[in-house]
Design a protein. Structure first.
Length: 128
């Protein structure tokens, strides 16, 4: 890590521990990017078109699609157990899920985000 920002970013990730509360998946839903679509279709063994139609929205002319929040919020791959929530497609989860909450605007929904931030601030104050 070459600079202060990189060190801070690394520290945030070391302080963050997902509590499996499901809040991100319940409130933000299933994020989208093209690479994730390919990974998900491979993992689910269905076509990219089927992934879009079943989990994201509707295809309009074969190449364009319209997002339907009712399909993606809450995330259709979020499953619940007595131990908490888990992701049904964890190995192929979208990039937005992999970087949440540290590299997303939606991090504010995560209860552990505040914990990680406060721990980092406390550490920085102790260094001064």
């Amino acid at each position: 890590m070459s600079n202060k920002k990189d060190k801070r970013h690394y520290k945030l990730w070391t302080y963050f521990e997902c509590q499996r509360c499901g809040k991100c998946c319940l409130e933000l839903g299933l994020p989208y990017n093209q690479e994730s679509l390919l990974n998900m279709s491979t993992y689910l063994d269905i076509s990219e078109k089927q992934v879009i139609e079943e989990y994201y929205g509707e295809l309009s002319d074969g190449s364009k699609w319209e997002s339907k929040n009712r399909k993606r919020i809450p995330c259709p791959f979020l499953k619940s157990t007595c131990a908490g929530y888990y992701c049904e497609i964890y190995p192929a989860r979208p990039e937005g899920c992999r970087v949440y909450p540290m590299e997303s605007v939606g991090g504010r929904f995560c209860p552990r985000w505040e914990f990680a931030i406060s721990k980092l601030k406390k550490e920085q104050e102790e260094e001064i």
